[in-house]
Design a binder for this molecule. Structure first.
Ligand code: ATP
Ligand code: TYR
Length: 492
């Protein structure tokens, strides 16, 4: 069955020519797209769909004809708000960069005044979404999933709160409301018979479920597919129906790998209610080798600080190649397209400064970790790449450990007369005997970014030992040791 999605192609069709878009869309986009000619009279603000397709954030819209005829219009500025939802399964205790695009999709709806619902899949996570997977997810104990659901909700709340505080002018009345729900609240209570004999069991067709790519592949694999996994799209479809009936939800948003599940939801809701609902997908974020970034691939960039520090998140975006940075600025930030254009023009003149990447990294880090997180990321960058000692001095223990994640953390007692050699030996950073001594005299050791060549020099407070009681010891090019000093108190 041909996918009944209207493809905006991650902005591709938009870029290749509007003729590829359905007629009505093309006309509306043309009417609304006045940014390209600033000399003309100010244009009416663009509709949400047009804007996000142009940015590449909305990749597919479903079903195409109804979207053309109704959704474009429903999402025009000045129209009454609609309700949109996106689900996130708590199969880990943190969101990651891949999830961020779906969250950004919700935030754009919120910015346009619509009501958004972020659903944590406390119930669905226990089945495990088979979409795009070759193997079943490992089973997780119920209590673990519950704990992860709480953590995911906190992560979602933090993103919405950071956005409200840092990316939205104070008290702007147009920011739509956000609701956080957990599908365990209704799925755990849904009686099996009610589910099977009511709309779900009767309206969803086996042939459609069996025709999904994931299902076909898994059924023909040696491992096969469990009933729990097979029924996953059914429960996600039930969520859509529940949210339609209880919250008036009209649109489901999800990553591109969610198309099948969203289609099942569309079929169920439209058959049971007789009215149209819509699906929108956001593109999948891939690594430089083209693989989806995520948990299973083992390359997730997490949004929780204890898994990926603000500094590491910042660096992930600073390292993006030139060919991705413009697209990511459009996808991951709220910067207007005209400003992105200016950033890219400046970037083209001085690529080595990585200005576009740094702006991208700053915007994302601020959204994810707030202003303090961004400051921490910048401080860590300076400490590491510009040997900034002042920055080192104001760092918290947590920050220092985040920065030198691999570095051993050693706690030492500071005794009068402690020398450079003592420090190196107590930290187990140099070998015993003459070799250790020579490592220092030959220039292989630095303390707080300053080379120390005299092994017998006594450590000086404020120089070798920073005011926060820390020393950063480096042996060779990149073997770091973080030393936290303790002083014997006088009463002891
Ligand atoms: N790399 C990505 N780019 C865009 N969206 C993503 C990405 N990874 C996951 N998502 C979206 O986030 C939601 C949660 O997906 P899921 O839990 O399968 O992610 P995941 O952590 O990558 O899982 P796994 O790697 O275990 O398959 C889905 O809507 C999915 O489409
Ligand atoms: N299936 C989605 C999560 C989800 C759960 C419930 C929903 O109703 C919607 C989406 C995922 O894998 O992440």
């Amino acid at each position: 069955m041909a996918a009944p999605f209207l493809r905006a192609g991650g902005g591709r069709l938009w870029a290749e020519g509007r003729a590829a878009l359905p007629r009505l869309w093309a006309r509306q986009l043309q009417d609304q797209c006045a940014e390209s000619d600033p000399a003309e009279k100010p244009a009416a603000p663009k509709g949400l769909l047009a804007t996000q397709c142009e940015r590449g954030l909305f990749q597919e819209v479903f079903p195409p004809q109804a979207a053309e005829e109704q959704l474009v219009d429903l999402l025009q500025p000045g129209r009454p708000p609609v309700t949109v939802y996106c689900g996130f399964d708590p199969t880990a205790d943190s969101l990651h960069v891949g999830h961020l695009l779906a969250v950004l999709g919700l935030l754009h709806f919120q910015r346009a005044g619509h009501h958004v619902i972020a659903v944590v899949g406390g119930a669905t996570a226990r089945l495990g979404d088979p979409s795009g997977r070759r193997k079943a997810r490992p089973e997780q104990p119920e209590e673990q999933v519950r704990e992860q659901a709480r953590a995911l909700r906190r992560g979602l709340e933090r993103l919405f709160e950071n956005h409200r505080q840092l990316f939205w002018p104070a008290n702007n009345p147009r920011l739509g409301p956000v609701t956080f729900l957990d599908n365990a609240a209704w799925l755990e209570r849904a009686p099996v018979l009610e589910l099977l004999c009511g709309g779900v069991g009767r309206q969803l067709r086996m042939s459609t479920l069996l025709s999904r790519q994931t299902c076909k592949e898994r059924l023909s694999s040696p491992e096969g597919m469990s009933l729990a996994e097979f029924l996953y799209p059914v429960l996600q479809a039930y969520d859509f129906l529940h949210l339609r009936q209880q919250h008036g939800c009209l649109i489901q948003l999800g990553g591109a790998d969610q198309v099948g599940n969203i289609m099942s939801g569309y079929q169920l809701v439209s058959r049971v209610t007789g009215g149209d609902v819509f699906g929108i997908t956001v593109p999948l974020i891939t690594s430089t080798t083209g693989d989806k970034i995520g948990k299973s691939a083992g390359n997730a960039v997490w949004l929780n600080r204890n898994r990926t520090s603000p500094f590491e998140l910042y660096q992930f975006f600073v390292r993006q190649p030139d060919k991705t940075v413009e697209r990511y600025l459009k996808l991951f930030t709220f910067l207007p397209l005209l400003e992105i254009d200016r950033i890219m023009k400046r970037h083209a003149e001085e690529r080595e400064l990585r200005g576009a990447q740094k702006r991208l990294a700053a915007e994302v880090t601020k959204l994810v970790h707030g202003k303090e997180g961004l400051e921490s990321a910048k401080r860590c960058t300076k400490v590491l790449y510009s040997n900034d000692v002042a920055g080192l001095e104001v760092m918290s223990d947590e920050e220092l450990q985040e920065l030198f994640r691999e570095a051993p953390y050693v706690e030492l007692l500071l005794e009068p007369g402690t020398t450079v050699l003592d420090l190196c030996r107590k930290a187990n950073a140099v070998a015993d005997g003459p070799t250790g001594y020579e490592t220092i005299t030959s220039g292989g050791v630095s303390i707080n970014h300053v080379q120390v060549k005299n092994p017998d020099a006594v450590l000086i407070l404020g120089q070798h030992i920073l005011n926060n009681g820390l020393s950063l010891l480096r042996i060779g090019k990149k073997n770091y040791y973080i030393v936290k000093w303790f002083q014997m108190s006088h009463e002891d």
